[in-house]
Design a protein around this ligand. Structure first.
Ligand SMILES: C[S@@+](CC[C@H](N)C(=O)[O-])C[C@H]1O[C@@H](n2cnc3c(N)ncnc32)[C@H](O)[C@@H]1O
Length: 232
């Protein structure tokens, strides 16, 4: 899908995005974001970039766990951000979370200012991945942490087969119905199948200038957190 189509899709599904996520993942999504935020290593204060922040779920979770952190959330969908801003206000986190309209391929942020950068379920939507990884590298301080969370399919044969049945045949029609679109969740399945395998993606992260690479598997590998550090 082209970037403008992705943007249009998130604009269309924003109204119930949080509910769709929670319902279709049996609330696993909140757990995955909690783990993602826990992987951030901060010593006291810190400035975090949350790219493809959407409705600010990750940004809020980071602030909940890291009491002296501040977060800049960036997304190119105004409607997703509008819901995010309302959420940030309702949590009283306006002084700690700033949400900005912007594109991951050309981040509207200064270079070398972030202690860590996160992106949850967003990198898969960006065709120019190399450019996006380069932007993360630019935005991070030397030694800064990169954490990318993305969907995958369980490696176990039995579990993988059962999950694929759900993921390919049950989730798309259910998700499309909930999001009142004919394509959003069909695209989700297609884009997960089209995403590089673990080793290939780690290699891409390494090629973008990150070191100490690692992967954390969540819920039998349905979600994965890819980690790297910007070389000093
Ligand atoms: C699946 S949502 C994830 C939102 C959030 N991170 C979460 O965990 O719920 C993907 C988000 O990526 C955003 N997005 C996709 N491509 C983007 C790009 N090139 N630049 C900025 N945001 C982008 C979409 O607007 C959408 O809000």
């Amino acid at each position: 899908m082209k970037d403008y189509q992705v943007k249009r899709m998130f604009e269309a599904i924003a109204f119930s995005y949080d509910f769709q996520n929670s319902f279709l993942s049996l609330r696993r999504d909140s757990y995955w974001r909690r783990v993602l935020a826990r992987c951030i290593q901060l010593h006291g204060e810190g400035l975090i970039l949350d790219m493809a922040t959407g409705t600010a779920e990750v940004a809020v979770e980071i602030c909940r766990q890291h009491l002296r952190a501040k977060v800049v959330g960036v997304d190119f969908s105004p409607r997703m951000l509008k819901i995010g801003r309302k959420k940030v206000r309702s949590r009283g986190m306006e002084s700690r979370i700033r949400l900005s309209l912007g594109d991951g391929r050309q981040l509207p942020v200064k270079s070398g200012i972030f202690d860590a950068a996160t992106i949850a379920f967003g990198i898969r939507n960006i065709q120019e991945r190399r450019q996006a990884l380069g932007e993360f590298w630019r935005a991070l301080k030397p030694g800064g942490q990169l954490l990318i969370m993305e969907f995958d399919l369980p490696g176990d044969l039995l579990l993988g087969t059962l999950y694929r049945l759900y993921f390919d045949y049950i989730l798309p029609p259910m998700g499309n119905l909930l999001s009142r679109t004919s394509y959003a969740y069909s695209y989700l399945a297609e884009s997960v199948h089209g995403f590089p395998e673990e080793r290939a993606f780690l290699q891409e992260i390494g090629q973008a200038g990150f070191t100490s690479l690692g992967v954390k598997k969540l819920t039998y590998g349905i979600a994965k957190i890819f980690m790297g550090i910007k070389k000093q």
